[in-house]
Structures are given as C-alpha cells and as structure tokens.
Design a protein around this ligand. Structure first.
Ligand SMILES: [Zn+2]
Length: 287
C-alpha cells in the first residue's frame, strides 16, 4: 500500500506537477547545515538531488553530479557549483572518478559530462553502458574522454562487477529502477565504493526498495561493511526499504538523497537523516 503511494508520488514528480511557488516556500523553510569536517575523516558534500562528492584522504569522487532536469520536483545543482564541477575548481578539483547511477535526466546529462571531461581530463567516468552510449551518440566525445570511460555492463542477477584503481575500489550490482516493470530495461546501478582503503560508501541511484532485489546479494553486502549508504529517500518510507538499509546492506549509517524540493512530511516523520537543499557537508559516519 505504502509502496504504491510512493510510486504514485514519484510519477507525479516526473510528470512535473509540483507548483513552483510551493517549492520556493519549502526551499526557504529548509536550512542547509554545514558541518566542519574532521581532518582525518572523510566527508560527503551534497551537490543536488542524488549528486554527492565523497572525499577520503587523497581520493575524491562524484556520484551523479551533472544533470539538467529537476522535473519541477527536485533541486538542480546551483549554477555556481555546476560551473565549478565542470571546470574542476576547488573544492571540486582533482576528481579521481565520476560515477553515474543511470541515464535519467535528474542524474545525468551527456553534454555536461563532455564539458566536465574538458575541465577534468584525468577523471575516470564510471557509468552504465546506456549512459556511455548516450554520450557517444552526441558525436562529441573526444578520444581522450573515451579512454577514461569505465563501462559497467551488468544484467539482473549477475555477480557484482568489480573494478579497482589506485585508492579506489568500485563494485556494482544492477538493481531495478523504482517505478515498476516498465523501468526494467533501464540500467540502474547500486555502487559500493571504497576510497583510500579507509571509507566505504553505497550509492543506489533510483533503486526499487524491494527485498527480493537485494537478498540474492547477501554475500556481497556482508563481505564488506559500509560506513555510509545514500539511498533515495523512499527507502525510509516503507518496511522493506528500512530493512534493506538497516539490515541487508551491512551499512553503519544512511543518509537519504533524491529528496523533492517540497520535502514530504512523511519523510521528516521518519526521523531519518537526509540531504535536502544542496550544499550540506557532513562527515562520513564516524560512530
Ligand atoms: Zn531515475
């Protein structure tokens, strides 16, 4: 019951029915907090929607940082932040890798990624095949960029795909996008990434919050403890989603992302941590 309500809300968001005036009111009411980062510990910076920068030691990565569509429902990356990410300006300099969860307009923009490569020529671009094909389809991908692509081709039920670079271990499984069977053709990846052999995070894209998708990977989740998971907020709104986050994933802490501008009252009522207005910085779970 609750799940179908959540999906109805998402469909509404994608259809762009949220009122702009209401959004502005809610955005003003929510206040971004900035927590000073400990020198030794890792940090997560919320860029917008499911966009995050994770920093641990010398390793710095971005998840879903460049997208152009809020579907009248989700925060866009602030314009000055977007410029800084694309040009590689501090604090978004020396990015080791960008990871894309899936090729939807509120997570990914092919032209923005091509511009990003120009400003960040060394950064790896780790992405589902569909996102890489979308970039290549523009005809604007230089050879230097194609050489940085790390395609994560995965089918449902396939063993986790693992790739490793200096200071960066990336594992991914394909989990269906929320919204039902019509989304099955979409490659949505749930990443588990270990930075500098010191911090492990999970980013889930728009994963569907059903246990049946996650339980077959029990061995995968138990093999490594995660310091901080960043599920889309709808995981907090139903019993199965909560069980996945609190039990199945083997994660010590979780912070919700992909929160609508008009923050759902039922989300606040859960008491769970989440990112709302872009710009917040938190320490990775240190408890
Ligand atoms: Zn999506």
């Amino acid at each position: 019951m609750l799940r179908s309500m959540i999906f109805a809300g998402m469909a509404l968001g994608l259809a762009g029915c949220a009122g702009a005036g209401e959004q502005a009111d809610r955005a003003g009411a929510a206040e971004a907090q900035t927590v000073a980062a400990a020198d030794a510990g890792g940090t997560v910076r919320h860029i917008g929607n499911a966009g995050l920068m994770i920093v641990q030691g010398e390793t710095k990565i971005l998840f879903d940082p460049l997208y152009s569509n809020g579907y009248n429902n989700y925060h866009l990356v602030p314009a000055d932040v977007k410029r800084a990410v694309i040009s590689g300006a501090a604090p978004y300099d020396a990015i080791d890798a960008v990871l894309i969860s899936h090729a939807h307009g509120d997570h990914f923009d092919a032209a923005d990624l091509i511009a990003f490569h120009a400003g960040n020529p060394d950064a790896l671009i780790i992405a589902p095949v569909q996102a890489i094909e979308a970039m290549e389809a523009t005809g604007e991908v230089p050879e230097s960029m194609a050489a940085r692509f790390v395609p994560m081709g995965l089918d449902y039920g396939q063993d986790p795909l693992k790739v490793a670079f200096e200071g960066l271990q990336v594992e991914a499984v394909r989990i269906p996008h929320a919204g039902g069977p019509s989304r099955r053709a979409l490659e949505n990846l749930v990443y588990r990434v270990t930075l500098a052999e010191a911090a492990t995070v999970i980013h889930m894209g728009d994963a569907d919050p059903a246990l049946e998708h996650f339980e077959p990977y029990a061995e995968h989740w138990s093999a490594r403890e995660t310091d901080a998971a960043f599920p889309p907020y709808w995981f907090f709104l139903g019993a199965e989603g909560v069980e996945i986050i609190d039990e199945t994933l083997n994660a010590r802490a979780a912070t919700g992302v992909h929160v609508p501008v008009r923050e759902p009252a039922e989300l606040a009522a859960t008491g769970r941590a989440y990112f709302g207005v872009p710009g917040e910085v938190r320490e990775l779970a240190g408890e």
